[in-house]
Design a protein. Structure first.
Length: 121
């Protein structure tokens, strides 16, 4: 039996986190979280290794960089759901060149980008 891919969701805005969770579950993924802040996300990562992650960049004033660094070190692919543009992210090596679907993503696009990340594309 094939186990559903586990996706860590890190998002501080409750409604967006719930929408992400519903979208992922409907598509057959298993959701880890959602984590509303960096410390909660890091605790979840200690307990379970995700297959991929979806990260908001700014979590109530704190950047998600520590989570991204742990994911990169563990070779876990991740995508961003952020209102920041690529130029804003270039100063953070852990976030540089990561696909950002934006804050107002469409489910089909988000799932395609996530699927590509899981396949290493």
């Amino acid at each position: 039996m094939h186990e559903a891919p586990r996706i860590l969701v890190v998002e501080d805005e409750y409604l967006i986190a719930m929408e992400l969770e519903a979208t992922l579950r409907t598509a057959g993924y298993r959701v880890i979280g959602p984590a509303p802040d960096v410390s909660a996300a890091l605790e979840l990562l200690k307990a379970e290794r995700p297959d991929a992650a979806i990260l908001d960049v700014n979590l109530d004033g704190q950047w998600v960089t520590p989570v991204a660094e742990v994911l990169r070190a563990s070779f876990v692919p991740f995508i961003l759901t952020s209102g920041y543009v690529a130029a804003d992210l270039q100063a953070e090596p852990a976030l540089r060149d990561v696909v950002n679907v934006g804050k107002t993503w469409r489910s089909e696009f988000l799932l395609k980008v996530l699927g590509d990340a899981l396949k290493g594309e």
